[in-house]
Design a protein around this ligand. Structure first.
Ligand code: TXA
Ligand code: MG
Length: 346
């Protein structure tokens, strides 16, 4: 299949842009379009069509029991697809459009293929101008997982998407790099009570201003036991993983730096380094993961860094373990999965 690549250079008047209209037509007619969001690139299909969901699963190589997020242009469109409540609207007022996905009981308008057979549906209203224009122009809800091959890090640049999806889908919209770089926060709502299934840029603290309680699912920070039942099917799959084994380093800053110096002198490894430490590792193989003082910068860089680290063809990748606070919880969660929970105390 030939994949059409559309580059967006002018972000004004996007809903009048003829290329976005073309992409909207493809979606309405059951085709698959990758598009940028503020979190990561999505692999979109018409959420009302069974067939589009099958095409998405097949392009990703994803098990079809792992449900897709339904993207909408405006929070109140959720009425058509889900059973909402007051808390949904309070959260929508605070965080939508933006990087929050809310799981609610589903209505029959959404096919079971989209929700992987579950009777709930994940709803998200993205803030990226291209995603928003595409939703408006297409006039349908868009089912979209991250636009990576299943098990790979989510794509945060158009070139990451081309790497994984060229020749497999109808169209890729290149809208530049994703600002946040980690996937949306996912919560399941039970009345006013939220369960955090995937941490993201909307933090538990921020949610707790609105929800009666915010419980963090154990799967966010812990390894699942064999055959353990999970609320979110995505939690049970190995995720975000580079091909090269990745190891998290836990310890003081000085101990981590000593360990990295030793390993890079003795072995064929890649270091994921905070920008501040790069000058002392000039002769090592490394990838810059942003300033030690900026969690948003680290989040924006992480997935692309994992892809770059893989291309270096080393035997091992080392990375300092993030603190589990604020946006750090999301970084910690993604790295834990990328490392398949392998941590060395140094
Ligand atoms: O930021 C994001 O959320 C991106 C952009 C494209 O919107 N999307 C994304 O989708 O990360 P995906 O499919 O890669 O991750 C969605 C996760 C999966 O782990 C899936 O299992 C879970 O959400 N999920 C979706 N629907 C669910 C449901 N009804 N109940 C429980 N978990 C659900
Ligand atoms: Mg994904």
């Amino acid at each position: 299949m030939k994949t059409q690549i559309i580059k967006i250079n002018d972000f004004s008047n996007l809903s009048k842009n003829s290329d976005i209209k073309k992409a909207g037509d493809i979606l309405r007619n059951g085709g698959i379009v990758a598009f940028p969001t503020e979190t990561v690139y999505g692999l979109g299909g018409n959420a009302l069509l069974d067939d589009a969901a099958h095409k998405i699963y097949s392009a990703k190589g994803r098990p079809s029991d792992n449900p897709l997020i339904v993207h909408i242009a405006k929070p109140n469109e959720a009425e058509n697809y889900a059973v909402t409540n007051d808390c949904y609207y309070k959260l929508a007022k605070a965080f939508m459009p933006g990087p929050l996905t809310i799981i609610l009981p589903k209505k029959s308008t959404i096919p079971m293929s989209v929700t992987g057979g579950l009777d709930t549906v994940a709803i998200r209203c993205p803030s990226h101008p291209v995603a928003h224009a595409l939703l408006e122009v297409a006039g349908i809800p868009i089912a979209a997982p991250s636009a990576n091959i299943s098990g790979k890090p989510s794509p945060t640049t158009a070139s990451d998407v081309v790497e994984d999806m060229n020749g497999k889908i109808d169209c890729i919209i290149d809208g530049g790099d994703c600002e946040i770089g980690l996937e949306s926060t996912i919560i399941k709502l039970d009345g006013e009570k939220a369960t955090l299934l995937r941490p993201g840029a909307v933090t538990p603290d921020a949610l707790s201003f609105i929800c009666e309680s915010v419980e963090i699912s154990p799967a966010v920070t812990q390894m699942l036991k064999e055959n353990e039942k999970v609320i979110s099917p995505g939690m049970k799959y190995k995720h975000y993983a580079p091909d090269t084994p990745l190891i998290l380093l836990n310890g003081t800053k000085d101990n981590i730096l000593d360990f990295m110096h030793k390993k890079s002198a003795e072995t064929n490894c890649v270091l994921l380094l905070f920008s501040e430490f790069i000058p002392q590792f000039k002769n090592s193989k490394y990838i810059d993961i942003g300033s030690i003082n900026s969690l948003p910068e680290q989040a924006a860089k992480l997935f692309h860094a994992l892809r770059l680290a893989d291309k270096i063809k080393a035997e091992i990748i080392y990375v300092p373990i993030p603190k589990q606070e604020g946006l750090g919880l999301a970084l910690y969660n993604r790295l834990l999965r990328a490392a398949a929970h392998t941590i060395i105390n140094v």
